[in-house]
Design a protein around this ligand. Structure first.
Ligand code: VNL
Length: 170
């Protein structure tokens, strides 16, 4: 199940936020500026994160992500499934160039079951370069390039069918 979700995530097709047909309710979710983990907590008792894969990969294992990141040889990859009250709500993939992994950012390699957002959004040095909606079949996603102390990382998220986002779209 988690492997299927992460394969779908890698196949997302990217759209512009100005693309016609994206309803305000949808954009309200996709363009959320704050932590998605915190937003999910408003819809359930407990958010939990299951790490699926964590480790270094080589540049040749990147998809079109390569164009969005610096030319490092290695990247820290973290793939997770996030659950809201034990239902799978989101597949997440984070790529961190090795050159980002110094100073406090070393923590990105040590998250385990702690949601990434709790770390990112408590950092005073966080900024966002862009956010892009994506779609695959009937599922929505997004990707964003963030910076911690000016050092980039790329987050891709796929909203799974049980996610509360889809309740707002009916
Ligand atoms: C994580 C959690 C990643 C929530 C996410 O998107 C997310 C994580 C990349 O813990 O890795 O929305």
């Amino acid at each position: 199940m988690s492997q299927d979700a992460l394969s779908l995530l890698r196949a997302l097709n990217w759209l512009s936020p100005e693309q016609p047909g994206l309803s305000p309710a949808l954009l309200n979710w996709l363009l959320e500026e704050d932590s998605m983990t915190r937003r999910f907590e408003q819809h359930c008792q407990q958010v939990t994160v299951q790490p699926v894969r964590e480790g270094f990969i080589n540049a040749d294992e990147l998809t079109d992500e390569k164009a969005l990141l610096p030319d490092d040889e290695r990247f820290w990859l973290r793939e997770i499934i996030l659950f809201g009250d034990d239902e799978p709500w989101l597949a997440g993939r984070t790529l961190v160039p090795e050159s980002t992994l110094n100073g406090p950012e070393i923590m990105l390699q040590q998250l385990g079951t702690r949601p990434l957002g709790r770390y990112l959004f408590s950092s005073s040095t966080l900024s966002r370069d862009f956010i892009e909606p994506g779609k695959i079949h009937d599922l929505w996603g997004r990707r964003s390039r963030l910076r911690l102390s000016d050092k980039p990382l790329l987050l891709t998220e796929l909203f799974l069918p049980a996610c509360p986002l889809y309740r707002d779209l009916v």
